[in-house]
Design a protein around this ligand. Sequence first.
Ligand code: ZN
Length: 303
Amino acid sequence: MSKLCELADGVHLLPGSTNLGVVDLAGGRALAIDSGLDESAARKLLRALQESGRRLTVILSTHSHADHIGGNAFLVQRTGCRVAAPAVEASLLRAPAWEPLYLFGGAYPPAPARSKFLMAAAGPVDLVLEPGPVEFEGRSLELVPLPGHSPGQLGVLVGNVLFAADAYFDPPVLEKHGLPYFAAVQESLATLDRLESLTAGLVIPSHGRPVDDPRPSLDANRRALRQGLNHALELLAGAGEGIPTETVVASLLHRLGIRCRDLGHYLLCRAAVLAYLTHLVDTGVAAVGVGDDNVPRWEVCGR
Ligand SMILES: [Zn+2]
């Protein structure tokens, strides 16, 4: 049986592979923070709400990744709830094929890259969110900008409880995955700094354990990002000439001991490595060009 854990007055957690938040609104109504991977996760949330006498009226989606929005369509259909999502992410909730499509370089990908882990069921967005204060049926929340993992990701601060989405990963989760998915390195580092400066009493990452003090976790995420950047730089610096993209990806995954399960997993890892390469080029450390053989190659500058 799925039970809600009370974190603070009227603020609850439904722990799971994707942690879900529940915020009480007036009159037994409730706002959910994310809906989980799929219908099964959504059913657990719905059961926990019903068993505790709550009625779901709003889902607040922190960002558009499938493991956060996969239950939206089912919950909307079952409860008629509204969906609120960050402006930059909203179009992906409405047309979730964008996620596998952008990971596959802009082409519609083959079936193995369209699993539920990368492509949720399409659902509506009724309210487009911006960072800052927002009110839902008499309850005030603060939406905290947490870009980097996803461009428009928002955290939710309720009183002194912060739902931090995927702005950082709990260290055991980091260790398990080997390569955290951060789409933009600079923004992700700035977001980790912003989280450090927030004075929340309790911080809940979407994957892992709530903590009173997120600083050790934030440090672990900084280290993982810097380690990835260092690996990428060492690979480029150690080569006698420019390295093709796929070789950088394969070599870096080899260094980290990662064996991709399938095409979808590979595309996620590849995107994380490309973010390192982007950072190295945009900070003037590396350059990229396309050879006469039509192969893009990456090398350190000033060779
Ligand atoms: Zn995510």
